[in-house]
Design a protein around this ligand. Structure first.
Ligand code: TXA
Ligand code: MG
Length: 343
């Protein structure tokens, strides 16, 4: 299969690319699409054979459900059955965060292919905040299932060229919408209506942080959401994920690392400052800095997957990574780094 990359850098090109994507989605094909978080691999969420192609192209196990994207917040009932007692809270959350990187787990509508939800009776839904994606889904007019556009377990793509690297020859079309503005996958939340306050269970940390969510209920991070658990709530959240091919080590502190003389190392540094104690630990082959200078979290998030790929390609024997302060967006970044370091 030849993979076409469709540009959107002029309004003419954008129109043609949107048309092409919509036609292919209607024909039951799969198309890589830009979102504000990471690139997604989209398919008609109501078409079993289209959805099956997503699993095949990604080599994704069928127990791992896909996120369903909606044309707008008014379309939530295309995919989900919102329980009456939950409706006011769901309305508040979607008013605040949609379009945007928040995925809500809700009871599913029968129209949604059960391949999408891996046989669960719930579905993950969100409205994407990317202008090109928004045009495509509005014209398409129905729900689009889209997981991240990478091979299963590998690093999520934040540019069209990263999608090419992952899926070239396996998918017919990539719509190039530029670099992703957030760089990390959406925050996934399951709501529990409890007294005195609802509980927001965070199944995957992401760009919408605990601080953002705490006005809407008690926020609880679910730890160890892995298939090794008896009843993983977010089935695809394997301990090992987002992993470069090169061995990857996340340090707790500078004194936990002694370089071996015969090995070539790269450093993934938080802000590239000597005073943090990592830059002088070894004679690094490569140093990549997530947020040079003062260490801004949004910048670190945007650059994370891009730099991981770059270091993975640099040919070193091992990538060594500094820890990130675990507050705000830092929680989601550390979640990805821990999974990358898992063997
Ligand atoms: O930002 C994002 O969410 C991106 C873009 C493309 O929208 N998508 C994404 O999809 O990250 P993916 O497939 O890489 O992650 C989907 C994860 C699943 O692995 C699973 O953990 C969780 O979402 N999930 C989906 N449906 C679920 C459900 N019904 N119950 C629990 N977890 C679910
Ligand atoms: Mg993914």
């Amino acid at each position: 299969m030849i993979t076409i990359v469709a540009p959107t850098d002029t309004s003419e090109a954008s129109k043609d690319s949107v048309r092409e994507a919509v036609d292919r989605l209607r024909a039951g094909e799969i198309v890589a699409l830009p979102t504000e978080t990471v690139y997604g691999l989209g398919a008609d969420a109501c078409n079993d054979s289209a959805v099956a192609k997503v699993f095949e192209a990604k080599e994704r196990p069928s127990f791992d459900p896909l996120i369903v994207h909606l044309p707008s917040k008014r379309h939530i009932d295309l995919a989900a059955e919102v329980p009456e007692e939950m409706a006011p809270l769901v309305r508040k959350l979607t008013e605040q965060f949609w379009p945007g990187p928040l995925t809500l787990i809700l009871p599913k509508k029968p129209e949604i292919s059960s391949l999408v939800t891996a046989g669960l009776d719930t579905v993950g839904v969100r409205v994407c905040d990317h202008p090109v994606f928004a045009k495509i889904i509005k014209e398409f007019g129905g729900p689009i299932a889209a997981p991240s556009a990478n091979r299963f377990g590998s690093i999520s793509p934040t540019s069209a060229s990263a999608v090419q690297r992952e899926l070239e020859g396996r998918i017919p079309l990539i719509v190039d919408g530029g670099a992703c503005a957030r760089g990390l996958e959406s925050t996934i939340v399951r709501i529990e209506m409890a007294e005195p306050k609802p509980i927001l269970h965070v199944l995957r940390a992401g760009p919408i942080t605990k601080e953002d969510l705490k006005n809407f209920g008690k926020v609880r991070y679910e730890k160890n959401q892995t298939v090794e658990d008896n009843a993983p709530e977010a089935p695809g959240m394997l301990a090992r994920h987002y992993a470069p091919a090169t061995p990857f080590r996340l340090l707790d502190s500078p004194d936990t690392f002694t370089p071996q003389p015969d090995k070539r190392y790269a450093l993934l540094s938080y802000r590239g400052q000597e005073k943090d104690g990592y830059i002088d630990l070894a004679d690094w082959e490569e140093v990549a800095v997530l947020s040079p200078g003062s260490g801004k979290m949004p910048e670190a998030a945007i650059r994370l997957f891009y730099l991981l790929r770059q270091l993975d390609d640099s040919g070193v024997d091992e990538i060594v990574c500094e820890p990130i302060p675990e507050r705000g967006l830092g929680v989601a970044i550390m979640d990805r780094l821990r999974r990358a370091a898992e063997r």
